[in-house]
Write a protein that binds this ligand. Structure first.
Ligand SMILES: [Zn+2]
Ligand SMILES: [Zn+2]
Ligand SMILES: [Zn+2]
Length: 379
């Protein structure tokens, strides 16, 4: 099958999406096909609303709070002094907001693995009807296992129906036994060490006596095969037959691509600092294949959105795309510079969560390797 349908019948797809999307936060009262997953949030916040949200955030971020945030941050470092945070003058507070764009590609990957086990009574299901045939991998109905959209990873394994075949065991040519490797079918393990293989013991002054140790046989029985010369075939567990079947390994994954656009003010902050930062969502769309978002009043955002979309993750050949999600957020970033007698240092307050990021310099670090903080490794 070339087009690898998501489920056995395309007509059923909308029903599936309906049913499992209803359990997520996305598709309530929706009815659509795989190709037409609707945008989640068609009403992106208006610029005024965003402006208002950022504005009220900024108004609350006054000098007192800035110092408190910094003192709290320093409090987590055992050997940083709080004096600069408490007493230095706040020289500048600058806004340098950052745009974070993401493109999530939610995929399903299917792979067949072959499994061979001994044919033990009852484990062969066989075909119910002669006409039953093995389905293609992508024909398997995985609805009951379907995870929430955009989960990072889920894997499940299911047997492929009608894929079982029974073959003669190659290890024993179907006999169920193999030659004993210890005695090589001679049934004897070693010469009797009491009579040296003679079966009797010779004496100088009296007649030979019967060797009781080996019962007069001259050899000792093979313990490995109980002197049968053969042992049970390990490959087929003595059944002489092997059952081969296919297992479908199905994986759902979200491949995430992310782009950060920082103004020069926040350019020195590593991008990963923004990944978990909370901001205002400017767009959040979901589709089988996302196209760049359109902002009527921003050439910059249109271009940024296109750039994010063009980062689209590569999908392995064994996978199908289920849907994509594209978001752009604006993360408030405030750059604060503090000064005392000509000396300065800078730090950033990031996102609505107000995380402090300080690249390296803080003027009151009293760490000489005598405390457990390991800061001294970096000094
Ligand atoms: Zn043996
Ligand atoms: Zn003996
Ligand atoms: Zn065998």
């Amino acid at each position: 099958m070339d087009d690898k349908p998501l489920l056995s019948e395309k007509a059923e797809a909308s029903e599936i999406w309906d049913s499992y999307l209803r359990t997520t936060s996305f598709g309530r009262n929706a009815s659509f096909t795989v190709q037409e997953v609707p945008p989640v949030n068609q009403t992106a916040p208006t610029p005024q609303a965003i402006g208002h949200e950022l504005q009220s955030y900024r108004q609350n971020l006054d000098e007192i709070e800035i110092r408190e945030l910094l003192i709290d941050h320093i409090g987590h470092r055992c050997c940083w002094g709080s004096r600069p945070a408490r007493t230095w003058k706040i020289l500048a507070v600058e806004d340098c907001d950052v745009y974070v764009g993401t493109l999530d590609t939610f995929i399903e990957e299917r792979e067949a693995k072959t499994q061979t086990v001994p044919l033990i009574g009852g484990n062969y299901n066989g075909k119910k009807h002669e006409s039953d045939s093995e389905p293609e991998l992508w024909q398997l109905d995985m609805r009951s296992q379907f995870p929430a959209l955009f989960v990072p990873f889920k894997e499940t394994k299911v047997p492929v129906p009608n894929s079982e075949t029974v073959d003669k065991c190659i290890g024993c040519i179907g006999r169920g036994v193999t030659v004993c490797p210890t005695c090589n079918a001679n049934r004897e393990m070693m010469k009797c060490f009491v009579c040296f293989g003679r079966g009797f013991t010779a004496h100088e002054d009296r007649p030979n006596t019967f060797c009781g140790y080996c019962n007069g046989k001259g050899y000792l029985p093979c313990l490995n095969c109980d002197s049968r010369g053969f042992i049970k075939c390990q490959k087929c567990q003595g059944t002489g037959s092997l059952l081969t079947s296919k297992i479908a390994v199905v994986r759902w994954k979200t491949l995430t691509k992310r782009k950060v656009s920082a103004t020069s003010g926040a350019g020195s902050v590593p991008e990963k600092v923004f990944h978990r930062a909370e901001g205002v969502e400017l767009c959040n769309t979901q589709a089988y294949q996302c196209t760049p978002a359109y902002f009527a009043d921003s050439y910059f955002l249109n271009k940024f959105s296109s750039e994010v979309i063009s980062l689209r993750a590569e999908v392995p050949p064994s996978a199908n795309v289920i849907c994509e999600r594209h978001t752009i957020s604006i993360v408030p970033v405030t750059r604060v510079t503090m000064e005392d007698r000509g000396e300065t240092f800078t730090f950033y307050i990031i996102g609505f969560g107000k995380e402090i990021y300080m690249k390296d310099y803080y003027p009151a670090r009293f760490c000489w390797g005598l405390c457990p903080c390991l800061e001294w490794l970096r000094v």
